[in-house]
Design a protein around this ligand. Sequence first.
Ligand code: ASP
Length: 597
Amino acid sequence: MYRTHTCGELRNEDRGKQVILAGWVQTIRKFGAITFIDLRDRYGITQLLFGESLNKQLDGDPLGREFVLQATGIVSERSNKNPNIPTGEIEINVSSFQVLNRSLVPPFTIQDDTDGGDDLRMKYRYLDLRRNIVKRNLHLRYEVNRAARNYLHHQGFIDIETPFLIKSTPEGARDFVVPSRMNPGQFYALPQSPQTFKQLLMISGYDRYYQVVKCFRDEDLRADRQPEFTQIDCEMSFVEQEDILNTFEGMVKFIFKEVKGIDFTEKFERMSWEDAMRYYGNDKPDIRFGMRLAELKSPFKEEERNTFRKEIEASGFKVFNDAELVGAIAVPGCSEYSRKQTDELTEWVKRPQIGMAGLAFVKYNSDGTLKSSVDKFFDEAKLKSLTEKCGAKPGDLILILAGKEERTRKALSDLRLEMGERLGLRKAEEFKLLWVIDFPLFEFSEEDNRYVARHHPFTSPKPEQVHLLSDSSQYGNIKANAYDMVLNGNEIGGGSIRIFQRDVQEKMFVALGMSKEEAQNKFGFLLGAFEYGAPPHGGIAFGFDRLCAILGGSESIRDFIAFPKNNAGRDVMLDAPSSIDEKQMEELQIRLDVKKG
Ligand code: ASP
């Protein structure tokens, strides 16, 4: 027997028991004739005490960090207790031990505040995974997985696996492809998601499907993305949008309860895509804090979206006058910002990532007086009215950006998030969830000079707007039965009610600029299946890695993946991707002509 207990298990009540532990040597502390060793495994750390005679043995053949050790001894009460660990009241008085395996000196210390840099830890990820902090993350991941599965199981969903070697399904990203040896010159694609399969399963009658599944997208890895990532992928038949929102709001609430002990009693807020863009400048608003955007002037006709337009037109201030959008946020409690601070914010919005020409501000002092960088153009009364339009209070600093609509809205959103961050309003331990609904069906791609699906080509228009699919001048006005779940400014899930009639799906493909032949070639299987009794259906997929990261209070999904890739999409431990040998290439009948950059 290798062990009777784990290294996290023994307590004072176990005093006097003879036990065997096995684990890794965390630390070695020698005090004259005795040696203390902290032995670590997945469950914790237990202190081992080696007395005089064993010490001699150790001197002859010293242990090192990360040696795998088996020790037999008696559980004894510690004189010097450590209240910081669960086993801190006891130690094992070792009577015999055995080195099960030796270890080289690890390239970095296996502890929470390790001295290992990112690259080194990834290269030796199997050592990094021994660290508590990473272990905790993987545990949390498992708990989220288990909670999701339990919930879905009790709701009658079944887990059905779908293939990885498939034909490409366009979900907006590039496919990873796999050459087929048996079909020379032909390629499989790895799924960007099991989208078409889950729809086929609905047609087959499996009306509640789920899968915790790998998805593959060959995207440039900006920000915190991975080329392979995991989704909780779900689909239901005979449902409307409302049924899906309720079912999956239930799932997320259940996960929060199980994993974090947090009970959300209220229904999640629902916000239209239009409102999200208008008040937050993006479609995944962080609603942990206010500071909603105020439109002083916008390209929209409505008066409430042009609350200050007349004053701007009368002011002679060219910057505002020429702008498509003049928007503002009232930042609470910052009216006393110094010149230096407002200058720094101006520089911040001028950075290329934000791309604004400048920043205007109004300080609404606590005594009610106003001071502004645009005093020249707006008198006191006008400025006062501006503060009201922004819903500002005494003590607020109003920040104003002006320019082209899209860029300005994005910049306002970025500025809002930045100020939220600086004021400590984006707390990792606070969780605010909402649904964003009523997305546009299409968005116009300047690059391709055509409309592309905002979600994916299988998303249904609102039922009352299906007829608009026959009129290309209306594409921009069609709304979809599509929805995203947003958590603390991150899209954690997204889905839609699907098209389930062949003719509507065909129209959709036409709208996306696909010829009949192309549609038939790429999606003949789905179009064909729609003709054999396809039920109304819809679904959603959650970004499992991201959900875990947010629940774990981290910005980085990599921390929650056992073997992640780096920012260049490389696995530095395996050194993948890598070239394959000539024999393999020959079998695949592929000859390389790589352009060396
Ligand atoms: N397949 C979609 C995605 O990966 C989710 C869905 O519509 O269910 O985004």
